[in-house]
Design a protein around this ligand. Sequence first.
Ligand code: DP6
Length: 320
Amino acid sequence: MTTVAQAQPNIALIKYWGKRDHSKNLPAVSSLSVTLQSLWTRMSVDFLESDAPDTLLVNDAHAPAMLARVSHCLDLVAGPGRRSANVVSQSNFPIGAGLASSASAFAALVVAADRESGGSRDTLELARLAGASSGSAARSLYGGFVELTAGEDQIDVQTVCESSEWPLEVIVAITEEGPKPVGSGEAMIRGEGTSPFYSSWLERQDDDLNAAREAVLDRDFGKLAAVAEHNCLKMHSVMWSSKPPIVYWNNATLSCMETIRALQSERVPVFFTIDAGPQVKAVCLPEAADVVSSALEQTSGVINTMRSSLGPGARLMETA
Ligand code: DP6
């Protein structure tokens, strides 16, 4: 039997950066994200009647660096005594480049592996398993605006507003297609241990999260824009002030931010957010999507843009 599941990446508006417990991959802070619609990862899982090692193909190529994380995730879902698995992953966007590809990958993986191993876990249980592999993946189990609450021993995750209730659009400006120089897990450890700003990042997170949740529930775009940009820049301040520093941005990242600032000064409803990579994600009201998209396309250094509305959480595609 082979089971296929699909998940979309999510973009954090209030960021997860830092861990409370590395062995359980528990986040140190709560976060709030939007799940996308048109970028996707499809994961197929096939448990074999053999004790051969697991195999993993990512976009038709062997992916040894990712295999250990995938095997560990399969152990969590199907138990360490499970059979070996063939896993095939396909994404329609660049992977490992700050576009949350691990989020969609692990969200789809837990859904497929649970069904393939005869499980019937609910969405929250699956989100907790996905989060143990990649913190942001827990949010991709849910659609729309998703809040992840970081507890002492476990996370809680829920949709706080459906995509149909506030149909924002996201334009992703790709400024570099290669993999990122430092993975986010490693970068977080560095920030926790060396950034003088890390403790104030932790202290202020709940204020940002509360403001963002209120903005979403009130559909207050200006308020959401202000707190999301502030939170993003604070996370990058922790990265920049880590020792050695971590700077994911390039010149085009800054040019995109300038483009968005110029649009804002013309009262276009848009704001930026940037994750562990040089890509810029512009979040806007639907009526602004054409103008934002064409302004980013014309920005120096932008290779490509992708546009997405908000979408649903991870789900099964087929079992054959
Ligand atoms: C900057 O979820 O990739 O995208 O738990 O170590 O796999 P691990 O980290 P990961 O970190 C995502 C960080 C971020 C912000 C966010 O998505 O909230």
